[in-house]
Design a protein around this ligand. Sequence first.
Ligand code: SF4
Length: 200
Amino acid sequence: MLDIKEIHVDNVFSKTSFQGYSYVINPYTGCSSGCLYCHACFMQQFTNHTGETWGEFIDVKRWDGIVRTKRTVKDRNILMSTVTDPYNPIEKEYKNTRFILEKLHEIGCNLTVCTRSDLVLRDIDILKDMKAKVSMSINTLDEDFVKNTEKTTPIAKRLEALKKLHDEGIYTILCVSPIFPYITDFEEIVEKARDFTDEY
Ligand code: SF4
C-alpha cells in the first residue's frame, strides 16, 4: 500500500555537481516505481522517512511556482530528476511534474527529463516548445526481468515512447543504467534503439 502525502515546498531547485547542470528538480520525494535496485533510497534519512520502506511512500512536492534561488535559473541547464521518476505512476493523477514544467516554460531554461515511463508522452506539447531533451532508462530487453524488479513501463512501450518523441522532433537520450553484469546487453539495447536515439 502506497502512503501518499502532499507537502508544501518553497523551492524545487537543488544545486548540483552533476556535470553540465546547474540545478536538479525532483517533483516527488520517494518513487512509486519501486525498482528493487534503486540508488535513491538514501534519501529516506534526509526526508523524515527513516524506517519506512522505499517504494511504499511518496511525498508530492507542491510548489507555488515562485523562484527563490539567489541566482536565476533562467537559461540554466536543469535536470529532472535524480532521486525519483518525474513520471512515476502517481504523476498521472497528481500532475505535479506537469505543473513544474509549465512554470519552467514561463521562466525559460534548458531542461533534460529522465524517466522510465511512457507517461512522458502526455507532455510532448510543452517539451517540444521548451526544446527539452528526454532521457529514457533501459537496462535490459528482458520484460520478465523488468516485471520482477520494477513497477514501471514495459520495455517495448519505453522504446515506442522514445521513437514517438524522436518523431516529434524531441532530442532523445537512451540511458543504459544501471548496468547489471552478465544481464545487461548494452550492444543489443543500442542496436534496438539506433534509429530513434540521438545520444546514449
Ligand atoms: S524509477 Fe528511478 S528513482 Fe524510481 S525507484 Fe526506479 S531507480 Fe529509483
